[in-house]
Unconditional design. Structure first.
Length: 320
């Protein structure tokens, strides 16, 4: 152990090759475009995949129904293309400290709510940490690696024996998320993991991803954007969409926000999901009275117009 730790007291790892590539799959349009290109384009795959490729999705407990359908399609496609796909559910042990029960249960049990301007707990506890724990489990299970006293020596040992790990992230061009990505990484991750942003490299924004997927055979389905149903980054039209098409989900979110407000009445600052004193019902009403760039009230949108809007919007704030 001492030899292992002293080896990594230096700021570099001797092995610079990439032995394992992990595509962090969100089941939305951006990461799906990357996965399809890996499946369909040998040159693209050669450029971005080194060593073994694994595709990993981590459950939040608040996914849209279409996301679950996409996961079933991806599972079959990965089998056809001989790619290992892993779907991390709360029951598998990679989500911990209550997060294994999902986002809404955390809000309910702790009387808290995700909000603009607050700490973004969801990505860290439902995506980053579960995938990191899975990665440790994966290298122990599939390589000649002994589990360390925590994740750091385990991953250092993997890097020393086999090489680094490439983490592919589906951040679209122009979002700027790649600039902030990884800034809170623990030391082991900054040394062992190299991040890759193919869409930024290829200058592919969300529309380019949609166009690429639509150019493929029908079995390569264009999914809707992927984000939590109760994502606090949701804008006005997305609130209208949720209220109209998933009313039970909307009502539960309203109740969770109200419980948070009630539990924190003694505090001087007690904001709702939007990061202000305006709560979800008020924000929904205001959203319906707001006009789009063409002068039409969002509240007058038809079902088709709401679905079209929803299809091109999703969470672009998470930086992983």
């Amino acid at each position: 152990m001492k030899e292992q730790l002293s080896f990594f007291e230096i700021d570099e790892i001797e092995k610079t090759n990439v032995a394992l590539t992990l595509l962090c799959y969100g089941a939305g349009q951006d990461s799906t475009a990357i996965l399809y290109k890996i499946m369909k384009d040998p040159d693209y795959k050669k450029k971005y995949v080194s060593g073994k490729l694994i595709v990993v999705f981590s459950e939040t407990g608040s996914e849209h129904p279409e996301t679950y359908k996409q996961l079933e399609r991806i599972k079959k496609l990965c089998q056809q293309h001989d790619i290992d796909f892993f779907y991390l559910k709360g029951s598998m042990g990679f989500h911990r400290n209550g997060w294994e029960n999902g986002l809404k249960e955390i809000y309910r049990s702790k009387k808290v709510i995700g909000m603009l301007g607050g700490t973004q707990m969801c990505t860290d506890n439902l995506k980053i940490k579960p995938i990191d724990r899975f990665l440790e489990h994966y290298v122990i299970t599939n390589y000649n690696i002994t589990k360390g006293y925590n994740i750091a020596p385990t991953m250092y040992s993997f890097a020393a024996k086999y090489g680094k790990i490439r983490l592919i992230l589906g951040f679209a061009a122009g979002e700027g998320r790649d600039i902030k990505s990884g800034r809170l990484d623990p030391k082991w991750k900054s040394r062992v993991v190299e991040r890759s942003y193919p869409l930024v490299d290829e200058n592919m924004n969300r529309l380019a991803c949609q166009n690429y997927i639509n150019s493929l055979p029908k079995k390569y389905v264009l999914p809707p954007p992927s984000n939590c149903t109760i994502c606090f980054f949701s804008n006005g039209p997305e609130l209208i969409w949720l209220d109209k098409f998933m009313p039970d989900e909307w009502n539960e979110w309203v109740e969770l926000e109200a419980a948070k407000i009630m539990n924190n009445q003694h505090k001087e600052k007690n904001n709702g999901v939007g990061g202000s004193a305006k709560l979800l019902p008020q924000r929904l009403n205001e959203a319906k009275l707001k006009k789009d760039p063409n002068g039409k009230l969002y509240g007058d949108y038809t079902d088709a117009e709401l679905n079209e809007y929803k299809f091109s919007h999703g969470c672009v704030k998470s930086t992983y």
